[in-house]
Design a protein around this ligand. Sequence first.
Ligand SMILES: Cc1cc2nc3c(=O)[nH]c(=O)nc-3n(C[C@H](O)[C@H](O)[C@H](O)COP(=O)(O)OP(=O)(O)OC[C@H]3O[C@@H](n4cnc5c(N)ncnc54)[C@H](O)[C@@H]3O)c2cc1C
Length: 442
Amino acid sequence: MSRNSSYDVAIVGASIAGCTAATILARAGAKVALVERRSNANAFKRICTHFIQPSASPTLDRLGLTQTLEKLGARPSGMNIWTRYGWMSYPCDWADGPRDRRPGWNIRRELLDPLLRHLATDTGGVELMLGQRAVEVLRDGTVGRGAARMRGVRLRALDGRERELHATIVVGADGRCSSIARLAGTPEKRKAHNRFGYFAYYRDTPLVTGSSNQIWLQDPDVAYAFPTDSELTLLVCMPHKDRLSEFRAHPEQAMRRTFQQLADAPQLEPDKRVSKILGKIDTPIVFRQGASPGLALVGDAAFEADPVWGVGCGWALQSGEWLADALVPALGGSERDFDAAAEAYARKHRRRLRSHEFFTAQFAKGKPFTLGERLVYRAAARDREVASRVAAVGGRWIAPHEILGPRSLARMLRVNLSPARQPIGLFSSEAERSPALSQLAS
Ligand SMILES: Cc1cc2nc3c(=O)[nH]c(=O)nc-3n(C[C@H](O)[C@H](O)[C@H](O)COP(=O)(O)OP(=O)(O)OC[C@H]3O[C@@H](n4cnc5c(N)ncnc54)[C@H](O)[C@@H]3O)c2cc1C
């Protein structure tokens, strides 16, 4: 067994969260070990529908990736969510508008993950260690009331050889079911999820919304259509688990039946499918303590969010950035400085995401819409101002409870009680009318 030189930060997991944190830390002068169990620098996550929420667009800008994403064919998206009350639509004129008018992005992980990994490794100060699995957390010394502080991780290579990696702080960026969190005994809150997902990519399947997503909340089933790079459309069904046997028997037939019943939806034509049909049955919602002495968690390792809302990639980018920004002032400082910085990060993570966790976990039960949801969705389908507030929550700029203030509630009540208010419909502006729609209409 060999013993490695020491790093400021050892990040386990070279995917969205890990590469973001590594890049920002190294740009500030940190010495970063970036550990990845897979051996291929172009590896990518397959079970992901990869919509990046608008709230992460400033992080993409800061990483310098927005133009590259556009060149790779990433599609900018506004919000179009259907409920039985009509469409809640909000455009993505991001040019000079307020922050909630910036777009989200659709780009396949096949393109995104290698891009982020190469960005990190091209940053001086990052050492990428491929084909290395973290199998143990190393601790020594004591802090506070006797908890052992983390000092690094033990790595196992593909050939079985092991070595120790030492760092002032270890970052778990190792995704769902984080082994770093498990090995460290990190406290977590776990909630059940009563939906499952199946999805596949289709060619020549335009949406009436052009480059913008469509999402159908059928109460309780969910479906969505995401136009993505390479002129592909991702069609997704996330129904209640009551329908699991129907989907397991014939996934594509079940998906096709679902799309046939949706308002303004593209038709799912099996001969246009260009990928396997992928499925994910269990996605519990897990929120973990974001920091402990010598350790911080980012991305899914910190918060396994509900895939239904397409939030995990954006929050992986943002939490990687939040942690890096917290740690930068501690570089060159003591372990205590690092731990205080990690604690500050964990508080920010909780403050920004806990309310989203609460509301999405309620929805994940798969119960009929609550009175509050009905009030919001019905008003948003009839009023642009309410729709813009829903877009701000949906784009993860603000927390759900922030649209439940007295003024917002009063407006929603007024809209709901006014017989003159009719559903606005799918298109918020002419600019949103896509060439695809014009073709379909002609
Ligand atoms: C069905 C489904 C659909 C989804 N759709 C969306 C969506 O539309 N939009 C969205 O924003 N999010 C979506 N998500 C969530 C999104 O996929 C995750 O939130 C995102 O990948 C989290 O990024 P991450 O960097 O934290 O972790 P991951 O991308 O999971 O990366 C973890 C990395 O750690 C490595 N690793 C793991 N263990 C070790 C170890 N012991 N040693 C070394 N390396 C290790 C892995 O190989 C991997 O590279 C979806 C998830 C699911 C399940």
